[in-house]
Ligand binder design. Structure first.
Ligand code: KMH
Ligand code: ZN
Length: 274
């Protein structure tokens, strides 16, 4: 089977130090967490950043300092700035994370609106998605198509048919927010993929490693990290993102699948290094 790409979502926009004191806020903490994930085997860092007090920000200045720090510590890693940001941010604010140097090689593209718990709604209208896709295409940034349910894959395919997405497509199925984190739901998404697409599976909360194991066995790639899950096992907080990546590496090795380096991940995903 193809080597496994592990992405580490090291920070997110919703979790806080109250949930797990190792959640990074400062530039030093962000770099520390990225390095721990990279050293453990992550090829991709899915990046959100914070102000020092933990407030999520998409400011390109803050992203630039964090990206510079991460690249100094992990020179070949693939950094994937989020364009999802935090619930309630404007489209312009969300896209500011991409205004950095070098232009990001990989970014997220959220493919639909979804319930984000309580009264929170993460808004991605068709026009937002098409505009983001167009900008990504113009700037040569490969989008990872974030799908929180199968309908979002269908919306992504609308953008594809409009010529706003280039082959080969890469999807990230995020389970446990809107669709249940079950192997059945993951299988439905995977069975619906267009030919030639690659995919990653991840789940929010306690099902992170069940969905990771299923994704590894099914030939997909995986994402783990504090953005999605704060625990290494039931009731035990993870000490670092590296510890979560190590667990994914262990599962993959047990299942006989080797881990991709960042350059091997670029090859698998057809990403051009900037
Ligand atoms: N924080 C969520 C509202 C992404 O990174 O593109 C959006 C999110 C998805 O995390
Ligand atoms: Zn994210």
């Amino acid at each position: 089977m193809e080597k496994l790409i592990i992405a580490a979502a090291i920070c997110g926009a919703e979790v806080t130090k109250e949930h797990n004191p190792a959640v990074p806020y400062t530039v030093e903490e962000i770099v520390r967490e990225a390095k721990s994930a990279y050293d453990a085997g992550a090829a991709v860092i899915h990046l959100h950043v914070r102000e020092d007090d933990g407030t999520p920000t998409q400011s390109h200045e803050r992203f630039q300092v964090c990206v510079d720090g991460i690249l100094k510590a992990c020179p070949d890693v693939i950094i994937q700035p989020s364009t999802g940001g935090a619930v309630g941010m404007t489209d312009l604010e969300r896209l500011d994370s991409t205004n950095i140097t070098p232009t990001p090689e990989f970014v997220t593209l959220d493919c639909g609106t979804c319930n984000f718990g309580g009264d929170e709604i993460f808004v991605n209208t068709d026009n937002t998605i098409f505009n983001f896709a167009k900008i990504m295409q113009e700037k040569g940034m490969k989008p990872e198509l974030e799908c929180f349910d199968k309908g979002m894959l269908d919306i992504a395919m609308k953008a594809y048919r409009k010529g706003l997405l280039d082959d080969p497509l890469h999807f990230d199925f995020v389970l446990g927010v809107q669709m249940s984190a079950t192997v059945r739901d993951l299988s439905f998404c995977v069975d619906s993929l267009p030919p030639g697409a690659t995919w990653t599976g991840c789940a929010i909360g306690r099902d992170e490693f069940t969905i990771a194991a299923a994704s590894i066995a099914m030939g997909g790639h995986v994402r783990v990290g504090f953005e999605d899950n704060l625990y290494i096992e039931r009731g035990v907080l993870a000490k670092s993102n590296g510890e979560l990546v190590e667990k994914a590496v262990k599962i993959s090795k047990l299942l006989g699948r080797a881990i991709a380096t960042p350059d091997e991940a670029r090859e698998i995903l057809s990403i051009k290094k900037k």
